[in-house]
Design a protein around this ligand. Sequence first.
Ligand SMILES: *[C@@H]1O[C@H](CO)[C@@H](O)[C@H](O)[C@H]1NC(C)=O
Ligand SMILES: *[C@@H]1O[C@H](CO)[C@@H](O)[C@H](O)[C@H]1NC(C)=O
Ligand SMILES: *[C@@H]1O[C@H](CO)[C@@H](O)[C@H](O)[C@H]1NC(C)=O
Ligand SMILES: *[C@@H]1O[C@H](CO)[C@@H](O)[C@H](O)[C@H]1NC(C)=O
Length: 366
Amino acid sequence: MRPPFRSILVTIVLGVVFFRCDCEIVQFIFGDSLSDVGNNNYLSKGLAKANLPWYGIDFGNGMPNGRFCNGRTVADIIGDDMGLPRPTAFLDPSLTEDTIMQNGVNYASGGGGILNETGTYFIQRFSLYRQIELFQGTQDLIVAKVGHDKSQSFFQQALYVVALGSNDFINNYLMPVYSDSWTYNDDSFVEYLTQTLQTQLTLLHGLGARHLMVFGLGPMGCIPLQLVLSTTSGCQERTNKLALSFNRAVSKMVNDLGSQLPNASFTFGDAYDVVNDLISNPSKYGFNNSDSPCCSWGKIRPALTCIPVSKLCKDRSKYVFWDEYHPTESANMLIANELIKKMGFNKTSLTQAPTASPAVSPSPQG
Ligand SMILES: *[C@@H]1O[C@H](CO)[C@@H](O)[C@H](O)[C@H]1NC(C)=O
Ligand SMILES: *[C@@H]1O[C@H](CO)[C@@H](O)[C@H](O)[C@H]1NC(C)=O
Ligand SMILES: *[C@@H]1O[C@H](CO)[C@@H](O)[C@H](O)[C@H]1NC(C)=O
Ligand SMILES: *[C@@H]1O[C@H](CO)[C@@H](O)[C@H](O)[C@H]1NC(C)=O
């Protein structure tokens, strides 16, 4: 339940600054398995799914819910912290115009990337372009339901999260079966990704996205899978360098784009440094393991996915990684806190519309 006071306050402030829409502030989330809340479970032919125990063991009733985690994702935690409702998975049968306007929509899909060609190996997943197409479909539904003006203000006051990129490396560029791996070099691939993302963010702005957060990448060369595959059993330095170079390029692009596009409040944040430190010094953060998945088949590594016969670690809150690829909820909490800190995002900042100039004095009648 949301505190009624905040919801009224937000409505009044934004209702005046924008076009007098008394709708909820909701989120539209675009992402990969780090943000998927169930879409892939509905893709009948998709191979990347979190539909078996022990996924979801620390969430709700403890049954698998499509999150590639034991508990909440980073986007869940940030949204919870800001008092926003949890967006419904796009493919969830409960999605209707009403739930869209109450909760927003999450289009994130495990295996998805910025590039269309990323993750083809998983057979079915929504790439970012596809997620944006689905979002356009959502807009059409809302326009038909509430009309153009109200729909426009609803979509302009929403919060947008875009969090993709690791699959473009792990399940594309760094795998020799993908042609991008021999078409590009490290620099030109990062540039190709950044330019593609710039086009996609511009497209979203054209569709009404004004408050938009882009999450950067963590030290993906240190995920358990990469440690197992590494000859030195340490982090894969080249993979980490790619993540850093992606973060640098995308950070600049997002800031430049945000200052060029009208009324845009675009922010970039990554948690690379803190996760890197967490992996090197887990005990400093109260963790006890940063190199193996909490859910695995004992010595058989890489385990690829967590399944019912897997063994769980004793204390999930002390492991950085849940499976070979994905952090635990406790690591996600650390990441979410870092992103909130870096992006200066809090409950107050969301109510300050980018269009609001100090000269505008909100009247409570709005
Ligand atoms: C990517 O896929 C979308 C469909 O989801 C398509 O409209 C677009 O043209 C594709 N872009 C490229 C560069 O292949
Ligand atoms: C930007 O905000 C101003 C003031 O609210 C508004 O008049 C203008 O139409 C907006 N422009 C765009 C492109 O959203
Ligand atoms: C985890 O805890 C055990 C027992 O307290 C300790 O021996 C070990 O060094 C710890 N490992 C890490 C990575 O902190
Ligand atoms: C919240 O965000 C606003 C605007 O970005 C900032 O001025 C304020 O200091 C932040 N408050 C906290 C508690 O971080």
